[in-house]
Design a binder for this molecule. Structure first.
Ligand code: COA
Length: 382
């Protein structure tokens, strides 16, 4: 009997998970059982990561202890600093430097062969703690600036902003960054999470799994869209140019970045959460012109997508407003995908731990379409 192939594994459930639930038809997302709309504006990165790792929100004492352990994880192995310095000489993209650096974190692990659940959890915490430090250090080293060490009195989001700029971050920026990191933290069996789960399912280690996940995240079909989405808004410039610009893109057969999703056939709830965060941010900064332009561009894009791709239900996804929030807190477009990784590291690590807790090797099959009648021809006769 011919093997039935499901391209892109669309609709295939590859694992049971308690971590997040994506309802693509209702446009809902639950993280650790909480509606994202409630969790993201309130939780910090640390609280949401704890929720995924332990299946409940931390009590104050547990949160303080987690923050202490994350502080320990902020010091990077010498090899990680070396690889970042080497990547900087080549002006490597930040996301590539993060991938390379992530692979070196195992050198800071005193006992990488310890596979007890508590050792794996501590590894997950260390990887999450290291990510903002890697990204911020790299950006500064590459720009020929001094590294800014993290501050002991700052949380994950505040430290990330602080290490990037060296300036005390505004409380609104910290809240917006936490909202973004929580929003990006987990999203069912997305491509990078699946990659991580496949890797640990072979009983490989967490460093390998999360390094692989970064590789999967990088592509524009996954985490690479917000930079181009923001560029499109800037290129359009004024609301009255939106129609002509977007129509030309669709006529050329281009995909509009920040629109469409494999699972959501209605508006991505993450787009709403981030749109509200962006509106607050720009409002508080006293200039909402970019936000208003983005809303106008979005409206035109949705109308024209329905005209050019009727019935495909192409809606705004998380990446569109990611661009606006991260730009609003002062990040350059090149930092958008690495910052996605900073947030998603919480989800990746939780999925790896979940996979390991009742592991079965992930090994699908394939449908062979090649010949079977070839015969060996010696090299001299070919
Ligand atoms: C996210 C994405 C990869 C999902 O793709 P998918 O589920 O494989 O959807 P398909 O490729 O089957 O697309 C279905 C149709 O909609 C079109 N389409 C999908 N996304 C589109 C977009 N952003 N702009 C224009 N057309 C789009 C496709 O061209 C296809 O048209 P066709 O039926 O005429 O061939 C896709 O929507 C996309 O590339 N979006 C832009 C990149 C982006 O924002 N990525 C971040 C995702 S969170």
């Amino acid at each position: 009997m011919a093997t039935k192939v499901i391209p892109g594994l669309e609709g295939v459930a590859a694992a049971e998970t308690r971590l997040s639930y994506v309802d693509g038809l209702a446009g809902q997302l639950f993280i650790g059982g909480h509606p994202l709309t409630e969790l993201a504006p309130n939780a910090t990165f640390e609280e949401a990561a704890f929720l995924l790792w332990h299946d409940r929100l931390p009590a104050a004492r547990e949160l303080a202890a987690l923050k202490d352990r994350l502080r320990d994880g902020q010091s990077l192995p010498a090899a990680t600093h070396n690889i970042l310095a080497e990547a900087a000489t080549k002006q490597a993209p930040v996301i590539d430097a993060l991938r390379m650096a992530c692979a070196t974190l195992s050198l800071g692990d005193a006992n990488p062969d310890d596979t007890r659940p508590e050792a794996q959890l501590s590894r997950a915490e260390k990887i999450c703690a290291a990510f903002p430090v890697i990204v911020a250090n790299y950006v500064r080293v590459r720009a020929g600036k001094e590294i800014v060490p993290p501050r002991a009195d700052y949380g994950h989001a505040a430290n990330y902003l602080y290490m990037l700029t060296g300036d005390e971050p505004h409380a609104d920026f910290v809240r917006a960054m936490d909202t973004y990191l929580v929003t990006a933290m987990d999203h069912g069996m997305n491509a990078s999470t699946f990659t991580g789960r496949v890797i640990v399912s072979t009983e490989s280690d967490l460093y390998s799994a999360i390094t692989g996940a970064i590789g999967a995240l990088k592509g524009p079909a996954h985490g690479g869209a917000p930079g181009p989405a923001l560029n499109m808004v800037f290129e359009i410039g004024t609301a009255d140019q939106a129609e002509q610009n977007i129509r030309a893109r669709l006529e050329r057969g281009e995909r509009l970045m920040g629109f469409g999703h494999r699972v959501y056939k209605v508006r991505d709830p993450r787009a709403d959460v981030l749109s509200q965060a962006a509106e607050r941010l720009y409002e508080q900064a006293g200039d909402r012109s970019l936000y208003d332009l983005a809303r106008a561009v979005e409206e035109t894009a949705l109308r024209l997508l329905e005209e050019y791709k009727p019935g495909r239900n192409l809606q705004t996804n998380l990446e569109y407003y990611t661009a606006l929030v991260l730009h609003g807190v002062g990040l350059s477009a090149e930092l958008f995908t690495p910052t996605f990784a900073v947030g998603r590291a919480g989800g990746w690590s939780a999925h790896c731990l979940e996979q390991l807790s009742h592991n079965r090797l992930i090994r699908p099959s394939s449908a062979y379409t090649g010949p079977k009648d070839r015969r060996w021809v010696p090299l001299a006769d070919r």
